[in-house]
Design a protein around this ligand. Structure first.
Ligand SMILES: NC(=O)c1ccc[n+]([C@@H]2O[C@H](COP(=O)([O-])OP(=O)(O)OC[C@H]3O[C@@H](n4cnc5c(N)ncnc54)[C@H](OP(=O)(O)O)[C@@H]3O)[C@@H](O)[C@H]2O)c1
Length: 270
């Protein structure tokens, strides 16, 4: 495993995404993920799997201090009172006293973002979360958030087909870390001829090449996977090095392909 420093915390760079991992499938997958070596799990109130994750972690033979757990405040729970109560509900479902990272899931109600962040900062001061951050914030929204609260992270869609370097630099400039979600472009990386060819040079799959390219940018990366094979394969990315020309070639694959763009998304910036 590689680690990224986030406001003094040593965070496993590769975590498990859990969107659409629900019910029994989630209950089965979490122990598999822990067994193959995952120690960072990304969930959200909106994923409706905090209960299954909490129960699986409770049964697992892994100390809470060894885990990095992220959850996200749902779009309907912004504002001071709801932030506190919804976070406490999340922690109860996750069967833990604290989150490692608590995010605003989407910048809806941007007029109230200052109030929401202030409430999250208070939760951090009370020890209910180690760090706070945001998700799906554009560059200008992120700069505003960082000016009013100690945000440590912006979690956004990032894979070889979507250029996020300007946002990555803005996040870095605020001493925060970018988390890449949908890092496998929800499966699209598997068919890309450039990634396939570069993978063949290293005995790796196109997915492993995409993950390596992201990790080389000192990001957190949270691919979702279900089977033991997929889980293990996505972790098997720490034993090869992309050359500078290979990295440049992957940089060149960006084509503005955004896969997660719901009606309540912000006006995206370059
Ligand atoms: N903050 C946000 O608004 C937001 C939005 C989207 C996503 N996210 C986070 O980011 C995580 C990842 O994004 P994502 O779930 O959209 O997509 P993703 O990780 O890019 O791709 C997941 C897909 O790839 C498949 N896959 C994974 N590893 C594979 C392998 N080694 N070989 C073949 N197929 C493989 C998975 O199938 P199997 O499951 O069958 O293995 C699944 O269909 C989410 O789960 C969530 O935690 C956050």
């Amino acid at each position: 495993m590689e680690y990224v420093s986030m406001r003094g915390a040593k965070v496993p760079a590769l975590g498990l995404g859990t969107w659409l991992l629900e019910g029994d499938e989630c209950t089965r997958t979490i122990p598999l993920a822990l067994d193959v070596g995952y120690r960072h799990i990304d969930t959200a109130q909106g994923y409706e799997n905090e209960t299954e994750i909490g129960a699986a972690l409770q049964r697992a033979d892994v100390a809470r201090s060894q885990l990095f757990l992220t959850t996200k405040i749902g779009n309907g729970r912004h504002g001071a009172a709801d932030v506190a109560s919804s976070t406490q509900e999340s922690l109860a479902r996750l069967q833990t006293d604290y989150a490692d990272l608590l995010l605003i899931h989407w910048p809806v109600h941007f007029d109230r973002v200052g109030e929401t962040l202030e409430a999250m900062t208070q939760l951090q001061e009370r020890g209910l979360t180690r760090t706070i951050g945001v998700s799906n914030f554009t560059r200008s929204q992120f700069r505003y958030a960082a000016s009013v609260a100690p945000v440590a992270c912006n979690q956004v869609e990032y894979h070889p087909f979507l250029n996020q370097r300007p946002l990555r630099e803005a996040v870095r400039a605020a001493d925060a870390v970018l988390t890449a979600y949908s890092p496998l472009a929800r499966g699209a990386v598997f068919d890309d001829e450039t990634l396939i060819r570069i993978g063949q040079q290293h005995g790796k799959s196109p997915a492993q090449v995409a993950l390596r390219w992201l990790l080389d940018q000192e990001l957190l990366v949270v691919p979702k996977a279900t089977s033991r094979d997929h889980l293990a394969s996505n972790l098997d990315v720490f034993d090869f090095v992309l050359t500078a020309p290979e990295r440049a070639e992957i940089d060149g694959l960006a084509r503005g392909q955004r896969l997660v763009d719901p009606p309540f998304a912000p006006q995206w910036e370059d």
